[in-house]
Design a protein around this ligand. Structure first.
Ligand code: GLU
Length: 477
């Protein structure tokens, strides 16, 4: 098989949609799996949709997610990406070739004329499409008018037959040519349309597989006709399933967050988002859900991408993020956690203590944005007792446990975690309580809760004085 070459071709229109990240990821996985190449191409020829900073943002998101690409023009030691806005001459040359080959024609119809044409078609329930008026202008007249009048260039779409997309995911999809518009290739502002620039670039960049979202499927017959008009081979196509809300409507901003940036702000880790997004329309054929990027590269095939829409389940993403919070290296966890604490203004005044707080809450943390809630107990000076905790504190034996505990604590000027172990052993011996009966009242007294962080870790943060204070408080309840 010749080299696998794919591209991710975003239009920089603002934030990065999770669907875009999924497209980037599947292209990346496919390229890496086949030892092929991934090209990043910025499709920025629509001047009306240009958003300042969108490209930089896109590049930042890709690098945050760990998705690197392989080729691009030399930019002083670095390479890429390709920008279509810097390749306008190429598109002009190619449009001219099509005109010369009688595969495309200039169209001089004014916006008003087109508007009234569309209104008539709508009134007669006809498909809204160009009626071909300018197709029939003799070549020499058209040439002359091109120099003098504002115009677009349209493709001559055959009016009969059908155009078939052999999609690697969806199978055979046929489109009737008489329903395909004589699409615009070059706009009156001299910029190419998406269709033209996309096809010319995919050809020149020798793209072997076009992997993109299903919303582009209706454009594909137009692209195939363009390849044919140029006399080029078509690449293979794979259209990825739509992303859906849990109610199976199309995933959109109205129902919740769709931007990768939203998830970054929620404290989702890149490995969690990547893992989650990989499963939007793909599975390995077993029930494994946790994958590293390398495992995904090894396992990924287009054969296992589904046709059916993929439901975006936020709870699953949060669960997955929790999994990664607990499984990344402690050093990295602490580094990210400290950054978040800083950003959220959560500071004990001591870095070591901040780290201890992070260690204590790690088993219960699902996203870093939950830090204020999960760390609240460490920053509060008073305790809120849960009902169940009060029940433990009020048990008959508890008073004795608390008194013994206070007594034992007295002999340790500085209380370490090891000391605390010895203290509790002492209490066990003198009270005869052990296991749950010993630890639950103490936990309830120190934290006000019957579950939560491990006690030795709480101790590390609270220190002897605060613990002593809370035990005394429990004794007097
Ligand atoms: N520029 C298109 C987009 O924004 C690319 C579609 C394609 O991959 O052909 O998604």
């Amino acid at each position: 098989m010749s080299e696998i070459r794919v591209r991710f071709a975003p239009s920089p229109t603002g934030f990065v949609h999770v669907g875009s990240l999924r497209t980037a990821l599947f292209n990346y996985l496919f390229a890496r799996h086949h030892h092929g190449k991934l090209i990043l191409r910025i499709e920025d020829t629509d001047q009306t949709r240009y958003v300042q900073g969108a490209v930089e943002n896109m590049i930042k998101v890709l690098s945050w997610a760990g998705l690197d690409y392989d080729e691009g023009p030399d930019r002083g030691g670095n390479f890429g990406p390709y920008y279509q806005s810097q390749r306008l001459d190429l598109y002009h040359d190619h449009v001219q070739r099509l005109i010369d080959a009688d595969q495309a024609y200039p169209c001089f119809c004014s916006e008003e004329r087109l508007q009234s044409m569309r209104e008539k078609q709508a009134a007669h329930n006809l498909p809204i499409m160009y009626d071909g008026t300018c197709r029939h202008i003799p070549t020499d007249v058209a040439r002359k008018r091109m120099r003098e009048e504002s115009h677009v260039v349209r493709l001559k779409v055959p009016s009969q037959g059908e155009t078939v997309v052999d999609d690697l995911i969806r199978g055979r999809v046929a489109f009737r040519n008489n329903l395909l518009d004589d699409q615009v290739l070059l706009k009156s502002d001299g910029y190419p349309t998406y269709h033209l620039a996309n096809v010319v670039d995919d050809h020149l960049m020798q793209i072997s597989h076009v992997i993109r979202g299903e919303e582009w499927l209706p454009s594909t017959p137009k692209h195939i006709l363009l390849y044919q008009a140029f006399g080029w081979h078509t690449p293979q196509f794979a259209h990825l399933p739509l992303l859906l809300n849990p109610d199976r409507s199309k995933l959109s901003k109205r129902q919740g967050d769709v931007a990768v940036e939203d998830y970054q702000q929620k404290g989702i880790l890149p490995e969690a988002l990547i893992n989650f997004v990989a499963l939007l329309g793909w599975n390995r054929g077993d029930d494994q859900e946790i994958f590293t990027l390398e495992e995904l590269v090894q396992s990924f095939t287009l054969k296992r991408v589904n046709k059916a829409g993929a439901v975006f389940d936020l709870h699953k993403l949060e669960w997955m993020n929790g999994y990664y919070i607990r499984h990344i290296k402690e050093e990295r966890y602490l580094q990210i956690g400290l950054q978040w604490m800083g950003k959220l203004g959560l500071d004990s005044g001591n870095r070591q203590t901040n780290e201890n707080i992070l260690k204590a809450i790690r088993p219960a943390l699902n996203t870093f944005a939950d830090l204020p809630e999960k760390t609240a107990m460490f920053f509060a000076d008073t305790l809120n007792y849960e009902e169940e905790a009060l029940q433990w504190i009020r048990k008959e034996k508890s008073k004795e446990i608390f008194s013994r505990l206070l007594k034992e604590l007295e002999s340790y000027p500085q209380l370490t975690v090891n000391d605390f172990g010895s203290v509790m052993k002492g209490v066990q011996k003198s009270t005869g309580c052990k296991g749950q009966d010993l630890w639950m009242p103490v936990r309830a007294a120190i934290t006000g809760m019957t579950h939560g962080p491990e006690l030795p870790l709480v101790l590390l943060v609270f220190g002897k004085n605060k613990i002593t204070r809370f035990i005394k408080q429990a004794l007097n309840l």
